[in-house]
Design a protein around this ligand. Structure first.
Ligand code: AMP
Length: 281
């Protein structure tokens, strides 16, 4: 497996793959791998071609007072895990390689960045869209794999690809969960054992929502209220938002008639966790 630190090295690697007639499949990450990340890499491996992963904790997508400095990092562990699932190259740039002095440009996907996490994390999705566009320009992937855990991010990248005519196919991948339902996240390491147990309320509330819709409930407000009350009843949870939105536009809906996203964000101690599920009327 090759470890590439510079844009130049990645371009050379990509050129070699193309010369060998191989497609390039790309999994962008911030590292500190768990099964969610590995599921994306395994999915990429199923497609014919070379798999490259990036590990870059992108300062542009962290707000002031957020966890950029203490975000968990362990390159050696990540390297071994990526190797074990057949990844062929890791792009592991430092901040100066991605944002050299004098860097100025940012990309904004206007409407999709406003609701949900965009409201509580101003500038976050501009940071995401910017780094993904840069990474796509560097890696030139045929396909890129994104987890549905970060559903709003996925929608923003799909829109970015469409709006900017990028030649990359976006492959959405299902949420990977712990046995008790908690969505896997690098940020789960922030949780104390008590908070870790409390955090399972997110998935339980989403399962309740799914069951309600399956049983015929179409009133989005009732679903939202039910999910909200269940999370609010957990003393260790501090709700950021509970929303029932159109799965394409991410705007609130009154009736569940089309594909709809139930999305939640809540703080458990120092950790801000997100989760979601798709329901359909
Ligand atoms: P991150 O390193 O947290 O930026 O995540 C890198 C990629 O892994 C993103 O596309 C995430 O959506 C995806 N991902 C993170 N957690 C999970 C999970 N539990 N299940 C599926 N994909 C995930």
């Amino acid at each position: 497996m090759e470890i590439l630190h510079t844009v130049h090295e990645v371009r050379q690697w990509a050129r070699r793959q193309r010369a060998a007639g191989r497609a390039i499949h790309f999994v962008p990450t911030m590292g500190y791998f768990h099964e969610g990340h590995l599921s994306l890499m395994r999915r990429a491996r199923e497609d014919e071609g070379a798999v490259i992963v990036s590990i870059f904790v992108n300062p542009l997508q962290f707000g002031a007072g957020e966890d950029f400095d203490r975000y968990p990092r362990d390159f050696e562990r990540d390297r071994q895990m990526a190797h074990s699932v057949g990844v062929e190259a890791i792009f592991y740039p430092d901040v100066a390689e991605m944002y050299p002095s004098g860097y100025q440009t940012e990309v904004r996907v206007k409407e999709l960045s406003k609701p949900l996490c965009g409201r509580s994390r101003p500038g976050h999705f501009e940071g995401v869209a910017t780094v993904v566009l840069k990474l796509f320009n560097i890696v030139t992937p045929d396909r890129a794999y994104f987890g549905m855990k970060d559903y709003q991010q996925l929608r923003i990248i799909q829109q970015l690809v469409r709006d900017m005519n990028l030649p990359t196919e976006i492959v959405p991948c299902p949420i990977v969960r712990e046995p008790d339902g908690l969505a896997m996240s690098s940020r789960n390491v922030y949780l104390t054992p008590e908070e870790r147990a409390a955090a399972t309320v997110l998935y339980r509330s989403l399962q309740w929502a799914q069951a309600q819709v399956a049983a015929g409930e179409r009133d989005a407000l009732k679903i939202r209220e039910g999910v909200y009350q269940q999370i609010a009843a957990e003393p260790r949870a501090r709700i950021d938002y509970v929303e029932v939105v159109d799965a394409d536009t991410l705007l609130p809906v009154e009736r569940i008639e089309r594909p709809t996203l139930v999305a939640v964000a809540a703080f458990f101690g120092a950790a801000r966790l997100i989760d979601n599920c798709l329901v359909s009327g």
